[in-house]
Ligand binder design. Sequence first.
Ligand code: UDX
Ligand code: ADP
Length: 463
Amino acid sequence: MKITNICCIGAGYVGGPTMAVIAEKCPHIKVTVVDLNESRIAAWNAEDVNNIPIYEPGLNEIVANTRNKNLFFSTEVDKAIDEAELIFISVNTPTKTYGTGKGMAADLKHIELCARQIAKVAKNDKIIVEKSTLPVRTAEALKSILDNTGNGVQFQILSNPEFLAEGTAVQDLLNPDRVLIGGETSPEGQKAIDSLVDVYANWVPKERILKTNVWSSELSKLTANAFLAQRVSSINAMSELCEKTEANINEVAKAIGMDSRIGSKFLKASVGFGGSCFQKDILNLVYISKAFGLNEVADYWEQVIIMNDHQKRRFSRNIVQTLYNTVSGKKIAFLGWAFKKDTNDTRESAAIYVADDLINEQASIAMYDPKVKHDQVLSDLNYLETRSASENEKRISTFDNPYAACENAHAVAILTEWDEFKTYDWKRIYDSMLKPAFVFDGRNLLDGEKMKAIGFVYQSIGS
Ligand code: UDX
Ligand code: ADP
């Protein structure tokens, strides 16, 4: 089938950038992104493209080029489904917070709602593409709903997992290492795969487009994220050992990264990984493994999460211990709240858990992040349900400039690796702080020797 009209359900961190790049690279295809969330769609349609709801370097320019030409954002879900030949499902699949599999399995309620809606509306054959990270065998559930509630039209289900990383989404989409498309092995399945291959082939070299069966594709996504997260937990485990010895984690990472079998990427010790994927996908892998009775496999991967939780906790405990075993009433400045640089996404950010620990110790947090707003910080903390919303409000303040956040603070904690933090006038910050002035660098971002020369008591991860 030649694709001329694409609909994407879900205008989030995955759906928005992915569809913008498809629209940019395929001017002959009309791309409509729909979402139930009216304010999110209104923000995508904001007159000033700098106000779109997702911050990704380069995204605003692509949206400016394509919006209202062949890229549209709308709340008219049914209309967009009806018109499209190919429908991407990019709705969120958070970890379940209730019932069976609570805290582990992915919550598929949004996916199921989409499937029922597509089945209700579709009057002709459609290709449905799973874009959201989904547990293995979701396609089967999707197919069952579509076939049993539909109007007798044919659906082909493809799995096309997203490998973009936030903060580099546009580059990752424009120049992907690979595009993975899983489908049924039947002739109809292969035809559907080829339709989607033709879309990507507008800018991705054919040899980088891999075709697999649906299950391999779904499991590859979980596996890729588990391997990446495992590298971060591995280097973080070694960082604790470095702190007890004379070794320096940056030197160790460099030394092992030059082994071409190991490779140099994803070896940065940190306060812990965050983001919407790593933890969720590993929990999912653990849940699936347990469901098949593979307890050793489940325990093996669960350790990656245990290590990550330990790393976050260890960071906050170290702050308390170093500040003479009490932070009660003390002001701790946080630089960074996003889970990594170049994004306004805060899901599972280490900053949330470190702040929560320190607030339990009665500290006051003064936060500055170039892209994260006060309301988001509060809602992240309230989501943990550790204390009342009004108590959180009393304990955390946010600033729109870093110097004000650090003034009269006992310590600065670096939670996100924003480049701009390196360029600050750290002498000015030092002069405005209470003495001794501490810096806890959770990202190994700053030059420790320079910080010590200014007068800071400087601690980084893993040295
Ligand atoms: C990840 C995968 O990289 C991507 O392919 C997938 O599609 C979605 O999940 P993302 O979560 O956006 O992407 O960011 P990523 O760059 O993988 O970072 C995840 C977390 O690990 C961040 O908190 C980051 O700061 C941390 N990290 C990463 C480290 O602490 N050290 C590293 O060396 C690398
Ligand atoms: P991701 O990082 O996976 O893109 P987001 O939470 O950023 O996740 O985006 C998912 C989007 O999907 C949200 O904007 C949400 O409103 C939307 N969504 C969820 N369920 C539906 C649905 N049934 N129909 C349309 N949009 C939906």
